[in-house]
Design a protein around this ligand. Structure first.
Ligand code: AMP
Length: 423
């Protein structure tokens, strides 16, 4: 056989059935709790001015230094395929004046994101996230709200192995003293040049270094928890209390940092241990009270998260759950002969309009092949119509589970089947 001339680019993949349906179902399950909680849907372009990410996400982050798909357009604009969704949503809110209306503004999005990462299972160059952002409030209730809604989404998908870990990174009140203490500690370590430079530019980034020797050297590093101001501590405690009251279990991780610079105060991650350590975060987020200012807007304290759709699907598989959204059809129609085909085409159309999931064998297949297709379709019921049935004005309705078969008048088929499938 000839090799195909083209393949999906490295680090990307095609979604084909049944995983295609499963991804749609995961996105829906994530969105459902958000729309129920008053979040409005927003969509922003797939690419933005490169500087939005450089300023918003942070110049010294891996995302900006190593992972952006950036290019200059024919018109000379420097743009980047979005590596994340928060900076674009804040940009859109500011541009559309949402911050001047009633606050908070609660928004959610769903879409594709792009990072030039080293591809492996659960880490792709093109991936899919659903995100939630609550803009314009410092209330810890909003931090707790988004976290609870994410946990509800995971639960709705049947996942039982999702762990929530939280931390506080402190605000401007706590960070400078912590930063200085951390720098003091890090300067005493024997670090390579690039890391030593990071200590001076952005010491918190060093905490996110995944190399085991660095992690070992960091064992005694100061933790932010010991530097939190009274206000930051109160905020964090309020979030923790609200979570506990909502029945959401969590672990405190005083070493949790995330790959984006804009976080302040609350920081959290949803972990699934079925995915391998490097990809165990199936979602994450936090508060980003300074992001709007970083990108040239007014102060707009906000909190949000992004959940990885691809990794959530891997978690569903790791737990051995059936793929969501892949139920197939309920009814499969098998016509034997042209006249039956024409009649059943009409029946199937009517069934679909009545809300029944129905499919029809096409291409004049024989009974055996068509019945195989019926089995594969997942249908509970097959309707078979041959010449004689047509003459008698009936269809043979076969229960594919039990094998029972009975004739039903063609004229009653839609009502009979809708009622039977409803019950
Ligand atoms: P982040 O935008 O880095 O906070 O990531 C939020 C979530 O998106 C992560 O917890 C992952 O589930 C998912 N994610 C981030 N990067 C990737 C990637 N390269 N491939 C697949 N999923 C990703």
């Amino acid at each position: 056989m000839n090799q195909p001339l083209f393949r999906a680019p490295r680090g990307t993949f095609d979604l084909i059935p049944p995983r295609g349906e499963a991804v749609l179902a995961v996105r829906e399950a994530m969105a459902e709790p958000l729309s129920r909680a008053g979040f409005g849907y927003v969509e922003t372009p797939s690419f933005e001015d490169t500087q939005l990410f450089v300023r918003g996400v942070g110049e010294s982050t891996d995302v900006v230094t190593k992972e952006m798909y950036s290019f200059t357009t024919r018109g000379g604009d420097d743009v980047t395929l979005r590596p994340e969704g928060t900076a674009p949503v804040v940009r859109a809110a500011l541009e559309n004046g949402l911050h001047r209306g009633a606050l908070p503004v609660k928004l959610w999005y769903s879409g594709s994101f792009y990072r030039y990462e080293r591809p492996q299972k659960g880490r792709y160059r093109h991936f899919s996230q659903v995100g939630a952002e609550t803009l314009g409030t410092e209330d810890p209730a909003s931090d707790a709200e988004v976290i609870v809604l994410a946990m509800d989404a995971y639960r709705a998908l049947g996942l039982t192995g999702v762990r929530l870990v939280i931390n506080s990174l402190g605000s401007d009140e706590s960070r400078p003293a912590y930063r200085a203490a951390l720098q003091d500690f890090l300067r005493r370590l024997d670090l390579d040049d690039a890391t030593a430079k990071r200590v001076e530019v952005n010491p918190l980034r060093v905490l996110d270094d995944k190399r085991p020797e660095i992690q070992a050297a960091l064992a005694d590093a100061p933790v932010i928890a010991d530097f939190l101001s009274k206000g930051d501590r109160a905020h964090h405690d309020a979030v923790r209390t609200l979570l506990a009251d909502a029945g959401v279990a969590f672990d405190d991780d005083p070493r949790l940092v995330r790959g984006l610079d804009y976080y302040t105060r609350t920081l959290f991650e949803f972990i699934h241990d079925g995915l391998g350590a490097a990809q165990s975060a199936i979602g994450g987020g936090g508060r980003y009270d300074g992001l709007a200012e970083l990108i040239g807007g007014p102060r707009l304290p906000s909190v949000g998260w992004a959940l990885g759709v691809d990794r959530t699907l891997l978690a569903i598989e790791a737990e051995g759950l059936p793929l969501p959204g892949t139920a197939g059809v309920d009814v499969y129609a098998v016509p034997l002969g042209e006249a039956a085909a024409a009649r059943l085409f009409g029946v199937v159309t009517e069934l679909r309009r009545a809300g029944v999931r129905a499919d029809l064998a096409v291409g004049g297949r024989g009974l055996k092949g068509a019945m195989k297709a019926a089995d594969r379709s997942g249908a509970q019921v097959a309707i078979v119509v041959g010449e004689r049935d047509l003459a008698d004005g009936v269809a043979q309705v076969k229960d594919l589970g039990t094998g029972d078969q009975r004739p039903v008048p063609l004229a009653d088929l839609v009502t009979t089947l809708s009622a039977a499938l409803d019950s």
